[in-house]
Design a protein. Structure first.
Ligand code: GLU
Length: 485
């Protein structure tokens, strides 16, 4: 690429970091990395009513957690700052007046009520609402007396028929210029409108490529006309297909979480797994690879492998990717990652080595870190909770009574839990000797139901060593008590 690659994410801080914005951030980040370019973070807070500092913070935190660091931006500065639009108002006013002086923009005194009426009339006539004010100078002067605070509008050139967006993902997209209304560039309160501030900033910040969601495609012809009016170079555009729910509707809260921090902090998806999954939403590697680090993704990322149709947000796939990353972590590392999700459990009852054993024997089926909350429950507390189904189906019968009595009187006293091997021998002694006239499965289910409240779970011998004889005794006795309950 001949010119320096400079790309930006330009979020509006009107909500927490959404998966769609995170995916746009990722593609910008990867594109910049691939070409040794610069990734810029610009905060578009022109909507003063809805913008909040807490959302800016949430967006920054989320992007950083995903590893999508930027080189220039609101918080880190850079040579093209400030990078927050509310700190750039003077620039917008200056450039808006430049258009006014060139005769390419005009003050519009039409009141919001008049605009509403025009909009309603267009709707009633089933016509698109295209507002263009072509009043002559006298009529305009008369309107100016109304005392209404005017907005400044960019006059869409009347001699342009078509605006073509050369999109790097979807090819040339043509727009009929006659369907574009004159664009508000300064609102009646003096604040800059999105399409205008965006163009001024992208030009001044020397943005080379604009990668953003397809929902912005209708803005692009308007922005191109603004670049042309100033005589500025138009950056390259790439509009990414939207992220869709499995029913192909727009992904929204009704399909579950859409805020990135919920996925990581509440569900327990690993950030590195989540970002890997996001990369596969609308992009695919040239080969079969699916599990890729950010560096590897950056190496492989090109726009020609980005799809223009919507990408389905497939939770099964996310779970699979997360599972791959979970199993690739060491026990020590995974323990640290799990800790915040099991804060209700008193981990101090175990040594570091024992905690890593718990991780070791529960790691395989773990899909999300939060699953540990359920999977680890029986390692904590003296007794264990058993659900009614387990009690009724496994424990409330004569066989279970016999087996539990046998375990308490003949098995437990001689059970040696000093090592994994002796614990394994203990399990064998129970199934092959003491209770050999019962099916192994029945014996194991009874023992597991008594000790863990479940019939399946982590490696039994290790579980015995972790629970220790005292707790085993408590649980066998409480299980026996439920037989006739
Ligand atoms: N502030 C816009 C948004 O959050 C940015 C659009 C753009 O990338 O130009 O959707």
């Amino acid at each position: 690429m001949s010119t320096a690659v400079r790309v930006r994410l330009a979020p509006s801080p009107t909500g927490n970091l959404h998966v769609g914005t995170a995916r746009t951030a990722l593609f910008n980040y990867l594109f910049a990395q691939h070409f040794n370019g610069t990734f810029i973070l610009r905060v578009e807070d022109t909507d003063k009513e809805r913008s909040e500092a807490q959302y800016t913070q949430n967006i920054f935190d989320g992007l950083k957690a995903l590893g999508l660091n930027w080189q220039e931006g609101s918080d880190v500065g850079g040579s093209f700052g400030p990078y927050t639009q509310s700190e750039r108002e003077d620039l917008y006013t200056k450039y808006a007046h430049e258009l006014l002086e060139k005769g390419l923009a005009y003050w519009d005194y039409t009141s919001p009520e008049e605009l509403d009426a025009l909009r309603e009339r267009a709707t009633a006539q089933k016509k698109p609402f295209i507002y263009r004010n072509d009043l002559d100078a006298d009529a305009q002067a008369e309107k100016a007396k109304s005392g209404i605070a005017p907005s400044l509008r960019f006059r869409i050139p009347r001699d342009v028929d078509t605006v073509t967006v050369h999109d790097l993902v979807r090819g040339d997209v043509e727009f009929d210029a006659s369907l574009i209304g004159d664009l508000v560039i300064l609102k009646s309160d003096g604040g800059a409108a999105y399409n205008f501030a965006c163009v001024v900033d992208d030009h001044l910040m020397q943005i080379s490529h604009i990668l953003r969601g397809e929902d912005h495609l209708p803005n692009t012809p308007k922005q191109i006309l603004l670049y042309n009016a100033f005589g500025w170079d138009v950056p390259a555009f790439a509009h990414l297909g939207m992220i869709l729910a499995p029913d192909r509707s727009k992904l929204s809260k009704r399909h579950g979480a859409t805020a990135v921090d919920t996925f990581m902090n509440e569900d327990g998806y690993l950030p590195e797994a989540f970002v890997n999954f996001l990369a596969l939403l609308g992009w695919s590697a040239p080969g079969e690879e699916e599990i890729m680090s950010l560096d590897r993704l950056a190496e492989l990322f090109t726009l020609d492998r980005v799809g223009h149709s919507g990408a389905i947000f497939d939770r099964e796939k996310l779970n699979w990717v997360n599972g791959q990353y979970i199993r690739a972590l060491s026990e020590t590392e995974l323990l640290e990652r799990i800790k915040p999700f099991v804060a209700d459990y008193d981990l101090s009852v175990y040594t570091q080595e024992q905690l890593e054993q718990i991780v070791h024997i529960t790691k395989e089926p773990l899909v999300k870190l939060t699953d540990a909350r359920h999977d680890w429950r029986y390692f904590f507390g003296d007794d264990v909770e058993r659900n009614t189904q387990i009690v009724e189906e496994v424990l409330q019968n004569e066989t279970a009574q016999t087996l539990l009595e046998l375990m308490i009187s003949a098995w437990l006293p001689d059970l040696d839990l000093s090592s994994l091997e002796t614990a394994q021998a203990g399990v064998k002694r129970l199934t092959k000797e003491l209770a050999s006239d019962h099916k192994t499965k029945t014996v194991m289910w009874t023992l597991r139901a008594a000790l863990t409240g479940r019939v399946q779970g982590a490696d039994l011998a290790t579980t015995l060593t972790l629970l220790g004889k005292e707790r085993i005794a408590v649980r066998l006795k409480s299980a026996l008590a439920t037989v006739h309950a």
